[in-house]
Design a protein around this ligand. Structure first.
Ligand SMILES: [Fe+2]
Length: 383
């Protein structure tokens, strides 16, 4: 047979897929986990936080294994323990939705009109509305722990709010960004190893901003399905959809819990069967700094807006998780840049926004000086 790095949907094999999806998680292989439910590896947020001080890399290795070669799904109970903060965010979400409804830009491209409330780029919109809430939310050390497990020290956060109202319908099973958003014929043009590799550049997550009992339709997930190499070509096929519909599981979540899964996992939102109950999630998509995220985030706008609050908190010793919030809010990578105008500062890499924020805070720059310098480094990066 001639060797080929390419494949097509016709090559997908449901029996290989079933064999992968019939695996089971052995709890003993996940010593930091609190429980295993339906092959989902469940962590206790407080316990994880305590343990991470001493065993950070061991935990990160365990999380990586769970997502890559385990079932592909983890949940962290009580990841955001400050419910007041979540309530504040929910109020901001409502304000944004109202404003977007009035201005006519509110639209969900992935659901029937009216069934869903969707806020694209909630990450930037919240940062511009309420700097303190944004800082408190995205400095969560457990978020950083999980993101770093998959993507290393620096990463790019994007977020979208999804509010599923009563009667909201289930989504078809699918895979996510990158290749989950491409047409099947286009996917087939990418070498198979590259298709497989893309899943390691993004981490998919959801923060429960309301309780999510099973009746409210939390995400349907098919454990181990991320391991199927031809999955980006196969998820539209009838026999794969049928298998998903028979075997997908759901994890009930409580407000403040976090759910993370490989973007290659077959999944889809469930039906909301409850009356008078909105299921609210802040969906997180966290990307490697080596790739293009799905949404444009204007880090300069975010940093300019939150800097005064950051400085105040820093000077009052209230910024316990400095590294975490800077990594979330700033562009932490030197490239792409213009090497004519933006030569390396330390080692071989030009200065990043991340380094600039840290310098500004430790040297106590005022907001005007910070913004001016930020604009300068942005300008130098333009070609
Ligand atoms: Fe999805």
């Amino acid at each position: 047979m001639t060797y080929s790095v390419f494949s097509t949907a016709n090559n997908s094999n449901i029996s290989q897929f079933k064999k992968l999806c019939e695996q089971h998680i052995n709890k003993q292989e996940y010593p930091f986990a609190h429980d295993i439910i339906n092959n989902v590896i469940i962590y206790d947020g407080d316990h994880l936080h305590q343990q991470s001080k001493e065993h950070k890399q061991a935990i990160q290795s365990e999380i990586y294994k769970a997502l890559a070669s385990g079932s592909g799904i983890i949940a962290i109970k009580n990841m955001w323990s400050d419910h007041q903060l979540l309530n504040q965010h929910n109020e901001i979400f409502n304000q944004i939705l109202q404003e977007e409804t009035v201005s006519g830009i509110a639209a969900d491209h992935f659901a029937k009109a009216g069934a869903n409330g969707r806020i694209w780029n909630s990450f930037q919109k919240v940062a511009l509305k309420d700097a303190d809430s944004f800082i408190d939310y995205y400095s969560n050390p457990l978020l950083s722990l999980v993101c770093q497990s998959w993507l290393g020290p620096y990463y790019q956060v994007t977020a979208q709010v999804n509010i599923v109202r009563p009667g909201g319908k289930a989504q078809q099973p699918h895979r996510d960004y990158h290749l989950g958003f491409q047409q099947e014929d286009d996917v087939a043009l990418f070498p198979l190893p590259l298709q497989v590799m893309t899943q390691f550049m993004t981490l998919q997550g959801a923060v429960a901003h309301s309780d999510m009992p099973i009746q409210s339709g939390p995400t349907l997930l098919l454990p181990f399905s991320q391991q199927y190499k031809e999955g980006y070509l196969a998820w539209r096929k009838k026999e794969f959809i049928e298998y998903f519909n028979e075997h997908a599981i759901q994890v009930p979540l409580e407000k403040g819990d976090g759910l993370f899964f490989s973007p290659a996992l077959f999944h889809g939102a469930g039906n909301n069967h409850l009356e008078n109950f909105n299921r609210i999630a802040n969906l997180l998509q966290i990307s490697s700094v080596f790739c293009k995220p799905m949404e444009t985030v204007n880090h300069t706008k975010i940093l300019s807006n939150i800097y005064p609050s950051l400085l105040k908190k820093y000077q009052n010793n209230q910024l316990v998780h400095l590294e975490e919030i800077i990594t979330a809010a700033a562009d932490s990578y030197s490239f792409p840049t213009n090497l004519d105008t933006d030569p390396p500062v330390y080692g071989l890499a030009p200065m990043t926004q991340h380094q600039l924020v840290k310098t500004a805070l430790t040297e106590g720059w005022d907001a005007q000086r910070f913004t001016q310098k930020l604009n300068e480094i942005n300008h130098k990066r333009q070609a």
